[in-house]
Design a protein around this ligand. Sequence first.
Ligand code: NAD
Length: 541
Amino acid sequence: MGKGFFKVPVAQNEPVLSYAPGSKERDRVLEAYKSMYNSTIDVPLLINGKKITTGNTQTVSPPHDHQHIVGTYHLANQSHVEEAISTALEARKTWSQMPWEQRAGIFLRAAELIAGPYRAKINAATMMAQSKTVHQAEIDAACEFIDFLRFNVQFMTEIYSDQPQSTAQAWNRIEYRPLEGFTYAVTPFNFTAIAGNLPACMALMGNVVVWKPSDSQVFSAKIIMDIFEEAGVPPGVINVVFGDPVMISETVLSSPDFSGLHFTGSTFVFKELWKQIGNNIHNYKTYPRIVGETGGKDFIVAHPSANPKQVATGIVRGAFEFQGQKCSAASRAYIPKSLWSDVKTSLLEDISSIKMGSPEDLSNFMTAVIHEGSFDKIASYIDRAKKDSEVEIIAGGNYDKSKGYFIEPTVILTTNPHYETMCTELFGPVITVYIYEDDAFEDTLHLIDQTSEYALTGAVFSKDRYAAATATQILENSAGNFYINDKPTGAVVGQQPFGGARASGTNDKAGSAQNLLRWVSPRLIKETFVSPEDYKYPFLD
Ligand code: NAD
C-alpha cells in the first residue's frame, strides 16, 4: 500500500485546438488522415495482452466513402469471450491489489499520450472512420477523452478521502474495493471518448474489464487499445472483443462472476441487457451494478423574449453538428409565433451556407451519417414527412448514399406536436419545429414534458428570468442536463456531468465522481483499540 497521502495533479480541461489554416495541428491531423486513408490496418482482439486474429473478419470503411476499405477487424467466437472472462478474473488477483497511485499513474500517462503523440492519430481515426469534422473529433477523441482520464483520477482520490467519523476508542475506515468478479463495457459508435472512458474508468477503480466496442468505431478503438498498452495497462485488465453483440453479451451475462455493466447506446439494447441480467440473477455471485446512458429526444424551447439569432444558432449547432448523431442533439424545437419569422430567416440562411462532404476538407461543417442502416432509417422518416399533410419540410430533405451516407440538414415544420419525428429518436440531421401561440408558454412546457419517453437534454432560450425559472421548474424531470440560453449539446467533463433519466438512462453522470462510485463496493473496517472483557452493561446491575 501507499506510504504517503499522495496528491494528484489538479485536473484541468484540455484546451481545444483551433485547426485554423497555417496551424501545426492542422498539418499534423491531415497528414495522419492521409496516411490512414491510403493504407489498411488489421485490428485483432485483445485478450490477456495478446493480439488475437481469428481469421473471421469484417472490413472497415469511412461512412463518407463507403466503397473505400481502410482496415479489417477480427470477430470473436464464444470461446474467445470465455477466455476474455477467465483472463480478466486471473488478472484481477494482482490488479485489484495494485496501489491506487500506480493505477492513477497509468491513466494519467494515457491522458498525456493523447494530448501529445497520439492526438493527431486518434483525431484522424475518428474523422475518417466515424465521419467527424476535425473540430468534432478534437472535442471528443482528444479533449473529452483526456478530460475523462484526468478528472477521473481526481474523482477517485475524492472518493477515497470520503471517510467516516472515528472516536478515541475506535477507528472507522472505508476501503473502496473494486467489484468482485469482472465488469463489462459496451460502447457506442458516436464518441471515441465514451468508448475509451467506459472501460478505463472501471479499470482505474481496480476492476477488470471485458470491453465490446461498436462495430462502427473499430478504427479508433484500435488507437485506444494502443494507447492503453503504451500507458502500461497490464495484460488481462482490459480485454477487447469484437463481433456478434448478442452472442458476446449472452456469454458475458451468463457468467456467475459478472459484476457490472457499463453501457452507452440505444434504449432498446440497454433494456434487453437489463432483462437478461434479471433473468440470470439467481446465477450471480453478487448483485451486478447496471449503468446505462441511452437515447434522447432533446428539445429547444424559445420564450417570446428570446433573441431569435441565438435560438437559430442553438438549433443549427445543436441539431446538425456531427450530423445530429449526439445523444444530446436537439431534435425538436418549440418556437413562439411572434418569434418564428425571425428564427426561420436566420435558420434558413445558416443552413444554406452549410457545406457537407468529406471531413478531410476542413471547410465542411457536416459529413456523412454512420452507416447504411442509419441512413435508410432517417431517409424513411423524411420520405414519410414529404407525404404527410401535417408537416412541411422547410429545409433539406434530400439524401444520397452513392458515395457516402449523406443526408442534408433537414427542418420539418409540424402542426401536430405529437408527430412521429417530435417523439422518436432518429439520430440524424433532422429537427422538427412546432410553433406555439405566444400566450401558451406554460402549456407548451407541459407538452414538452409529456411528448417523449426520454429525458436527456433540453434548453430554454429566454431573456425573461421569470420564464426561464418557470421552464426550469416545469421541465424538472424532462432532462438530466438542462441548459439556459445555450444549445443542449457539448457537455464538458468536470463542468457539466452528463446523463439523463426516464428512458435516457440510469443518470449516473459520466464525468463525475457519481459514476465512479458505481464501480466500487465499500468495505467498512472498525478497529476497536481496547476490547471490552465483560458482557454485562451497567443497566443490568
Ligand atoms: P447501439 O445501441 O446500436 O449500440 C451500442 C452498443 O451496443 C454497441 O457496442 C453495439 O454493438 C451493442 N449492441 C447492439 N445490439 C446489441 C444487442 N442486441 N445486444 C448487446 N449489445 C448490442 O447504439 P449506437 O448506434 O452505437 O449509438 C447510438 C445510441 O447511443 C443512441 O441511441 C444515442 O442516444 C445513444 N447514446 C447515448 C449517450 C448518453 O450519454 N446518453 C451517449 C452516446 C450515445
